[in-house]
Design a protein around this ligand. Sequence first.
Ligand SMILES: Nc1ncnc2c1ncn2[C@@H]1O[C@H](COP(=O)(O)OP(=O)(O)OP(=O)(O)O)[C@@H](O)[C@H]1O
Ligand SMILES: [Mg+2]
Length: 363
Amino acid sequence: MTIMTTVTLEHVSKTFGGNDIGGGPVVKAVDNVSLKLNPGDVMAILGPSGCGKSTLLRIIAGIFKPDNGRVLYNDMDLEEVPLRERGVGMVFQEGALVPHWESRKSVGFFLSLRKREPEIPEKLRQISKITGIGLDKLLDRRPAQLSGGEQQRVGIARALSRDLSILLFDEPFANLDAKYRTEARVELKRLLNAYPVTAVYVTHDQVEAIALSHRIAVMRDGHIEQVGTYQQLYDSPQNLFVATFIGSPPINVLEGRVENGHWYGVNFGGYPIRRDLPDGSAVSVGVRAEYFSLDPEGVPGVVDQVIPMLAERHQLVTVHLAGESWSLVAPLEPVIERGVTVYSKLNPDGLLFFDSKTGVRIG
Ligand SMILES: Nc1ncnc2c1ncn2[C@@H]1O[C@H](COP(=O)(O)OP(=O)(O)OP(=O)(O)O)[C@@H](O)[C@H]1O
Ligand SMILES: [Mg+2]
């Protein structure tokens, strides 16, 4: 049913505006991106709005031709693969279903176009079985008779109905409410497990990226900042952007300077750092909330905010002192009130050092 495809992007760029019809300012939507997906890889492209995710996905699909660089399916330049042999299944943010077609027709369209109608019932049976999403009930309805989530299911079934080599998703659940979104995510995960295919999943929601993909590519301003598993990105971010984008609650960032081989900030300091940094170098420290703990000998801070995190059986406490603020995790008991002073200590194992000017990780 599927051919497992290796997808390679080599120095791919795409600019909008300038010479394009419509003119407008020049936007470098995708800037020198190289990526490799092995057969069966599920990769998430994660980044803020406007960073170029959808453009990159369209380049991978062959909908946009890159200005520079190339896309390979297995070892073939995508430009040389005839359209009908590309095997791209794509699911969009909006269902993008033909309004007056019943779902059955949408899902069967690829096969009927190729005069392969007799295969349709078996295909529908297979897809219903794989997706396990009660597709049968939806098949005789038109898009207007389906909820947003149901439309997305039909959209996914339609994408699966072709002879697939790659499956691409552009924020398919972005318009669903939170509860439905979680359910849809679980279903899609089950589907991707049951139906191994090379896939790319675009999202700006890190929870979705973590849940669905094997690896995550973090994108900013048209380029890829880092590719890795969630744990690699969480524990070893290569720069401050990745460090602050990945992880919830967000990582604490403390500003400071180097003195005699040690880092000193406003409230914390004295931690050894690389010896080759000149005195006075501006260095930011990233430290996640779980590396702070309450300690009567620690640094005092006035509590600004307390958020219970019941699944983890702890509370997230944000404090401030001398114009600096940081968040720490504390046990659920005792209850901590806003405005009181608590004392916290920092575990030096959790320190990540970044050059304050460039944001690049330096230790
Ligand atoms: N057809 C176009 N013409 C001109 N500029 C475009 C076009 N498509 C996208 N852009 C610009 O390119 C940049 C990247 O857009 P893209 O849609 O790829 O971002 P995105 O990461 O998918 O954002 P979102 O999360 O909001 O969907 C943006 O600055 C956008 O304004
Ligand atoms: Mg987009």
